[in-house]
Design a protein around this ligand. Structure first.
Ligand code: ASP
Length: 266
């Protein structure tokens, strides 16, 4: 229904502002995101802990999702694709790597679902920029194509890569990322620093981010947890709580079942 209104407005209304406002409404209602902190818990099978949620998210009918393995640095895209498939096939789904397509932008435009795996965020962002994929992915997901990511793949769903834990091993050619949500995720969020270690804690690093970017909220997403956006509702899934960082406030905890809607502010 909303889509019909938007299409009509776009065709017949002479003022572009009108078109934009309908588009925004449509996009907000349609996005489907599953943003995981990490792929795997120590000692468990690859993509084991989120298997049930992934199945629910992708649905009962087999989905052949487009997989973006660009965060892989020390193993091949084929190996990565195979590893993900071994897990997804157990729940009746499949991925096909974007590296098999001659035209990656077209592959995104035609995808039924988009999956971005973890690895090194800087390398991932560099490749997404080099292939001109940021905007096409944003458009596609905002129009309703399900998006799932873990670690680096969750980080790039945010406005920028600035809350990654990874070393900047390559010039990313721009810090901006896909920008599906307006907050930042710090994946693999960790509370403790190893004993006898004098480096910054994760909390200190995020506080530094907030000093420089005071208007952006940060979610410290602990391992074994994920954020899901569906039907306009953002929720935390997992046993551990998540740590919320807002400039000027003491960091605090939210758990599954709590209200996360404030994070959807534009
Ligand atoms: N290297 C992580 C990953 O697994 C990302 C991060 O820690 O920021 O993708």
């Amino acid at each position: 229904m909303i889509k019909k209104v938007y299409v009509r407005a776009e065709r017949f209304h002479p003022f572009s502002n009108f078109k934009v406002s309908f588009k925004k409404l449509e996009n907000f209602n349609r996005m489907k995101l599953l943003l995981l902190s990490n792929s795997t818990m120590p000692g468990e099978p690859y993509l084991g802990y989120p298997q049930k949620q992934i199945q629910q998210f992708l649905g009962d009918r087999k989905v052949k999702a487009l997989f973006i393995p660009y965060a892989a640095v020390s193993f091949s895209f084929d190996e990565y694709e195979q590893k993900v498939n071994e897990s997804l096939q157990e729940i009746g789904h499949e991925v096909v790597g974007i590296h098999h397509f001659k035209n990656p932008v077209k592959a995104v435009e035609e995808a039924t679902a988009i999956v971005i795996g973890g690895g090194n965020t800087w390398q991932l962002v560099r490749m997404l920029h080099d292939q001109d994929l940021m905007d096409p992915i944003r458009e596609k997901v905002k129009a309703g194509t399900p998006y799932m990511g873990w670690s680096a793949g969750s980080n790039v769903a945010c406005p920028s890569l600035r809350t990654t834990n990874d070393m900047p091993i390559i010039d990313p050619k721009g810090f901006n990322t896909i920008n599906l949500v307006s907050f930042q995720i710090n994946p693999h969020y960790l509370d403790a620093n190893p004993e006898g270690h004098g480096g910054e804690t994760r909390e200190q690093r995020i506080s530094e981010f907030l000093e420089i970017n005071p208007n952006v909220y940060v979610v410290g997403l602990r391992e074994g947890t994920m954020l899901k956006l569906e039907d306009n509702k953002l929720e935390l899934i997992g046993k551990r709580s998540t740590r919320i960082f807002i400039q000027g406030e003491t960091p605090y905890e939210l758990k599954a079942g709590d209200d996360f809607s404030f994070l959807l502010k534009e």
